[in-house]
Each structure stands twice: as structure tokens, then as C-alpha cells.
Design a protein around this ligand. Structure first.
Ligand code: FAD
Length: 469
């Protein structure tokens, strides 16, 4: 009887315990992925993530074919589809990696029951996280609400397990089973096709992820501690979409980085960021409605402003007249990714200067980020809003001009994404409204700020006081 491996957010053949178990069982392997966009198990993937998924599935299929198996594709209720594959093949084993959304867990429970009823053994593996949520606890047996002690406790558990090698060969399953064509899943945008910038920027798939990791270790990691906040320096790993889809595992990353020939502080700095990902998943576990409900319920009473569609479109499209904000939003639209510092600044601008509910911005990021992640995106938006765990206090309002001057001193990042300002010097790139418009009459027009930064900051602080009072 064959083994069914249900791939989800673990689209890799190396360090994949579920695939490994199936391969080591000596059974023929049926690998399956089910696109379930019903919304029953959580929010359906956004557009940029669907683009990534398409290419990552193609890469996984190729990699499985090389090893003697292939990837079966289905579309529909994932628990039912997987149970159908188990029944039709008479499988004796079903393996998968754990998932952490409430809806996904419920679906997994259904799939497990159905597979067991069909006579298959089932096993679930920890593969996407270094720890199971709820396992890292303080001395009183409670979850941490602050990151630093959480991370200390996580690392005190010792080094994560070593990554597993990919199975060299798999026994394929010869029996006929229905599969969809990848193209028929409809994951790619059609009209308009906005994905050109994504295609120029990324190589989805396991091989692409490892290539990015090696390049990061060779050229960027040494500058990470000093440069990670500088968007023009481009020294971060850009592995976030690969981690999201599980093309690379945190175990692989952890051990490769630990072996790198850089000072220990630099390694720790990077691994701490990986720790935030763990912390955010713990938070999602404790707050299953993290993308819709404030962790600090006091924020339920926050007097958000009504959304003006034109103002929101200006933010989404990078036409706010505030250079660093526009640069970030355009980088996001063009590449599906934005530098972390600029994510904080663009989010703060929406939440504090426009006083729009953080959920409005979270949804836009969800649709446009290739790394849109149910834990990280929601947790980080709540972090900026001040409603989250260990969050920045609401009253700490980023000034996007000062942030630009500090983290993009020459305005290089701005010049890359806002060509209208390229001809200006650094001061002008950060504060184009101080430059007489006659300076370069041929340059395309750049809008005046849609909001007064100083006055809107004060209004945000007043609104915060109203909430607290
Ligand atoms: P690196 O600096 O190379 O870090 C390595 C890995 O650590 C990242 O790939 C990521 O998995 C993790 N990581 C890094 N920073 C953070 C962080 N602050 N919080 C949690 N994990 C982190 N990250 C996502 O993966 N998905 C999201 O949807 C997402 N939405 C965000 C929304 C906002 C408003 C903010 C402020 C941050 C968000 N982040 C999100 C966190 C962070 O911006 C990205 O993980 C990071 O920019 C990815 O780039 P990198 O892979 O080069 O990061």
C-alpha cells in the first residue's frame, strides 16, 4: 500500500520529515497538493502569493519527478480530496507537516479521521517552526507576552535538530489517480497580468531559495547587523517568501547561519529575526483571530477615521507625496516585497497619519506581498498599531521624513522607486516640497503630501487619548 504525502506550506524535498518518513517506509509515494480557496480554513491566498505558489508547485513537481515520483494536484476541500486519494489508492500511510491556523488544524483533524477510517496510519511532523506553539513557557508555565525572554527561553532549549537530507530516490505510484493540471488551478493573474515585476525579481522554488541563502551567506550576512535597517543596502536575506511556502526550513537556515564565518553577534542578530517569526506563530496560536481582533482589546474603542477611497488608493499606489512611503509602496507593488524598516514606516503612516484601521493596511499587504504570512503580517501590523504583543507604543509615531533621513541618508532607495525625485539632492528627495518647482520643469510632477505630517500626528495622539480616556 502506498504512502500519501500531503504537501502544504512545506514545498521542499530536503528537510521534509513527512516526505522522509514516506520514503523511508519503502512504500510507493503519492505526493499531493490541494488548492483549497474556499476560505473555510482561513483567508484565501492573496494575488502575489498565488503567483508564487504556482511557480513553487512547478518546481516541486520537477524535483519529485527527478526522484521518481510526481505531484498530484487537486482543487477543493483539502480534507475531502486527501481522503479521496487515500481511499482510491488504498494507502497505508498519510504523512504531513503541521499547520497553525485554527481553520487548518480543524481541517487536518477531519483529514486524519477520514484517513484512519480508510485504514491508513497518519503522522504529523513539526517542520515549519523550530518549536510547537505553546511549548516555550515561562517559569509559571505561561506563554511569554514579551519577545526577549521568549527568545531566550527558546534558545535555552538547545540547538534545533539537524536538517534531514532529501531522499535520493522515491518509488513512484503506478496506479491511475485523477490530477488537475497546474495551469487549471488558475493561480496566475490573467488580465491585467501585473506579475512582470515579480518574475524579474524572484525565482520561486527550493533551488531558488537555497541559491538565495548561499548568496546571502557569501555577500550579505557580514553586513547584516549594521545594514539590516538600511533599505538601499539590500543586505537582508529575502528568504521570507521561501520560509512562508516552506521551500526552505528554519532548521536549515539556523544551522547554515551558525556555520557562517562571521562574528557571533551578527549570527545572533539574524537568528533573532527568525525568533520573531516563532514568536508571531505563538501569538497566532494564542489569538486565532489575530488578523481581525486586537490583542489589546482596549483598541476596539479606537476612533479610526473613515476610509476615503482616493486617499487609500494613493497609499496603495505610492502617490501620497511622502517620499519614503511612496518608495516602499511602489517596491511592494512592483516586486511583492518591501524592506522591513519601510514596512514599519508605511504601516505607521496609514495607521497614525491617515488614522486608518490597521486591518485596512493588513489586507492590502496580504494581497500584494509574496511573503504574506498569517502570523507575521497580522502580528506586525498589530505591532505597529500598538495593539499587539510587545508592540511599539501607539504614541511613538514615526516621522517618515526623519526615518528617511536616518535610514536612507542619500535618498538612494527613494531615487530607485520614485524616479520623479531622482534628479534632486538628498535633502530634496526627502522633502521635495522645499524645492522650488521651477528647479526641473521637465521632471514628471510629484504630488504634494496628502496629509500634513505634523497636524495628523497630533490628531492621532488626541485620538489615542480619547480611546484611553
Ligand atoms: P531577514 O531580515 O533576512 O530575516 C530573516 C527571516 O526572519 C525573514 O525571512 C522572516 O521570516 C523573519 N523575520 C524578519 N523580520 C521579522 C519580523 N519583524 N517579524 C517576524 N519575522 C521576521 N514578514 C513575513 O514573513 N510576512 C509578512 O506578511 C510580513 N508582514 C509584515 C508587515 C509589517 C507591517 C511589518 C512591519 C513587517 C512584516 N513582516 C512580515 C516582517 C518583516 O518585514 C519581513 O519578514 C522581512 O522584511 C522579510 O525580509 P527578509 O527575508 O529579507 O528578512
Amino acid at each position: 500500500a502506498p504512502a500519501v504525502v500531503w504537501f502544504r506550506d512545506d514545498l521542499r524535498v530536503s528537510d521534509n520529515p513527512a516526505l522522509r518518513e514516506a520514503a523511508d517506509s519503502g512504500r510507493p509515494v503519492i505526493a499531493v497538493y490541494v488548492l483549497d480557496d474556499s476560505g473555510d480554513t482561513g483567508r484565501p491566498l492573496g494575488g502575489a502569493s498565488r503567483w508564487w505558489l504556482h511557480h513553487s508547485l512547478a518546481a516541486l513537481h520537477a524535483s519529485l519527478v527527478k526522484r521518481g515520483a510526481s505531484l498530484l494536484l487537486r482543487h477543493g476541500d483539502a480534507a475531502e480530496e486527501v481522503a479521496d486519494v487515500v481511499r482510491r489508492s488504498g494507502a497505508g500511510l498519510l504523512t504531513m507537516s503541521r499547520r497553525y491556523n485554527r481553520g487548518e488544524r480543524e481541517q487536518d483533524d477531519r483529514a486524519v479521521r477520514a484517513a484512519e477510517q480508510a485504514g491508513a496510519e497518519v503522522s504529523l511532523h513539526t517542520a515549519a517552526l523550530l518549536h510547537e506553539p505553546g511549548e516555550v513557557l515561562n517559569g509559571d508555565g505561561e506563554r511569554f507576552s514579551v519577545f526577549s525572554p521568549f527568545f531566550r527561553a527558546l534558545t535555552a532549549k538547545g540547538a534545533p535538530r539537524e536538517p534531514l537530507p532529501a531522499p535520493a530516490a522515491l518509488r513512484g505510484w503506478p496506479g491511475p489517480i485523477e490530477t488537475e493540471e497546474l495551469a487549471d488551478l488558475g493561480l496566475l493573474p490573467t488580465e491585467p497580468d501585473w506579475s512582470a515585476g515579480l518574475g524579474e525579481t524572484w525565482t520561486p522554488g527550493e533551488k531558488g531559495a537555497h541559491h538565495r541563502l548561499e548568496e546571502f551567506l557569501a555577500h550579505r550576512l557580514a553586513h547584516y547587523a549594521d545594514g539590516r535597517d538600511l533599505p538601499a543596502a539590500e543586505v537582508t536575506s529575502r528568504l521570507s517568501p521561501s520560509l512562508k511556502f516552506g521551500e526552505i526550513s528554519p532548521y536549515q537556515l539556523w544551522h547554515r547561519v551558525q556555520q557562517a564565518d562571521v562574528p557571533a553577534e551578527v549570527r545572533t542578530k539574524f537568528l533573532t529575526e527568525l525568533g520573531w517569526r516563532e514568536f508571531d506563530y505563538d501569538l497566532l496560536d494564542a489569538h486565532p483571530d489575530l488578523d481581525t481582533v486586537n490583542v489589546h482589546r482596549g483598541f476596539d474603542a479606537f476612533p479610526w477615521a473613515d476610509v476615503d477611497d482616493e486617499v487609500l488608493a494613493a497609499w496603495q499606489q505610492g502617490r501620497t507625496g511622502v517620499p519614503l512611503v511612496d518608495a516602499g509602496m511602489r517596491q511592494l507593488w512592483h516586486t511583492g516585497w518591501m524592506h522591513n524598516r519601510v514596512r514599519m514606516v508605511t504601516a505607521s503612516f496609514l495607521i497614525k497619519n491617515l488614522r486608518y484601521d490597521w486591518r485596512v493596511g493588513e489586507r492590502w499587504f496580504w494581497d500584494t506581498l509574496v511573503d504574506a504570512d498569517p502570523a507575521n503580517n497580522a502580528a506586525q501590523w498589530q505591532w505597529v498599531a500598538g495593539s499587539g504583543a510587545d508592540a511599539a507604543p501607539f504614541f511613538r509615531v514615526f516621522n517618515p521624513v526623519l526615518q528617511g533621513q536616518k535610514f536612507d541618508p542619500k535618498g538612494e532607495y527613494i531615487a530607485t522607486w520614485v524616479p520623479e525625485l531622482r534628479h534632486l539632492d538628498a535633502k530634496g528627495r526627502h522633502e521635495p516640497w522645499t524645492v522650488p518647482s521651477t528647479l526641473d520643469a521637465d521632471a514628471p510632477a510629484y504630488p504634494a503630501p496628502i496629509v500634513d505630517l505634523k497636524a495628523s500626528r497630533q490628531e492621532a495622539l488626541d485620538a489615542y487619548q480619547r480611546m484611553r480616556g
